[in-house]
Design a protein around this ligand. Sequence first.
Ligand code: FAD
Length: 381
Amino acid sequence: MDQNNVVIVGASTAGLFAAYLLAKERIPVQLYDVHEGLGQPPRTLIVTSKLSEVLGFVPPEAILNKVNRMELISAHRHSWVALQEPDLVIERQRLIELLARKAAEEGAKIYPGFRFLGFEDEGNKLLLSLENVVQGRQYTITTNVLIGADGVLSNVAKAASRDSRETVTIAQAKVVLPNQASADSVKVWFDRERTEFFYWLIPESEARAVIGLISRNGKGVRDNLEGFLSSQGCETLEFQAAQVPLHDPLLKPSRAISNSRILLIGDAGGQVKATTVGGVVAGLRGARAAVRAIVGQAPYRRTVRGLKAELDLHSLMRAVLNRFGDRDYDRLLELLNTRTRNLLATHNRDVFKNAFFKLALTQPRLLLLVANSLLNRKASR
Ligand SMILES: Cc1cc2nc3c(=O)[nH]c(=O)nc-3n(C[C@H](O)[C@H](O)[C@H](O)COP(=O)(O)OP(=O)(O)OC[C@H]3O[C@@H](n4cnc5c(N)ncnc54)[C@H](O)[C@@H]3O)c2cc1C
């Protein structure tokens, strides 16, 4: 297998980071994206401090704000966690521009304005079809290693397998930072009447924030968000929404075809935490694992194992949380005593498996709460 010509479809965070890492290893890499301008549309994201560790550098130009505190609000309770390492609020486009610059500096070839249409197995190579979206002309190129980083509706994943994946809709509105909010604190509201997941407020600065929610089928999501915004006395300045996949423990992130391999990373590979529906850091970890597999000629399933274990745990926790009602969330916040809050402060949600058993030991009543919700009943409201 010729590892020396890698093609990546999708020039967003996961694809560009994989291109950067491959180019650093002096592996020729071509990256195609259907959009002519990279990083659109704008998106405000919150990530853990793990971002800089996974990237291997701090991306200062992408950071809008740092938050040191997470407030948790349920129907009748309120709690908070003081984060030991602040979460980073980032603008996706700025991160993408930074990654594109770094990948190009290392020698990656980036081709915006090319849509991936599909591939054929030529026996010793894959023959990829691409369309230049401006000229409307089709081109073919060959490779032995194809990375699908083309997002939730990945054409590479569809061409490589028939697996379908569960998706949710994330919607958020940019607003003036409400008086009752602080630029140093993220807020999370659990309200089972109005959402299966949660609402959030992420402060971008002293002046602006985004408020959002996740919806399983996207139906009525805009009305739901508008209702919540008006309950907080906020008006929408800008609206951001798109689908995101949820990690599925059973889906395979790679496929071998004759003499070639296809690796899926980021949203294309369903590398999204099912608890918070955060996919940026997980997608970057997926990119790193894919590059390790290519450089070390190792199975991707082996190099991605640590990430998969973390994402599997989040899927399990999501299954539990889906059964929670308002009283369970009240109880959950009640159980956050000083010791559990300290654990959550030092173990962020991208390395949660390190905290999981410690939490259970520190606060065994959490296990009781989980067992109750699994055994007993439908969600209690
Ligand atoms: C409103 C909103 C808020 C979010 N907030 C957070 C957050 O706070 N924290 C967090 O961690 N995550 C968040 N997410 C999720 C996060 O944005 C995604 O998980 C992450 O951006 C996925 O990155 P990616 O590189 O895998 O794919 P994407 O960013 O989806 O990029 C896919 C790329 O592939 C290209 N492409 C698609 N099809 C083709 C084709 N056929 N040919 C060529 N190119 C193609 C697209 O143009 C795009 O550039 C949020 C999502 C939304 C919608």
